[in-house]
Design a protein. Sequence first.
Length: 82
Amino acid sequence: MGRHFGDLARIRYIITYSLSPFEQKAFPNYFSKGIPNLWRRFTASFFKVAPPMVLMYATYTWGNHANQQSKRKNPADYENDV
């Protein structure tokens, strides 16, 4: 009655290996290698990403503030109106 979903195509010259989920460790070397690697990758990319983001945020807030100021009416223009 046909093939199963995983066996729809036959791919030649590709060998795949897998481990049983019961033989794998869920968090191997998590504290000894994982957290230091996370910190190293964070510090390596932080100084490349953070300054442009801070600059763009400052530009965005300045632009919004300038826009709000330009939309306000000047009260001195309406002092002599009755």
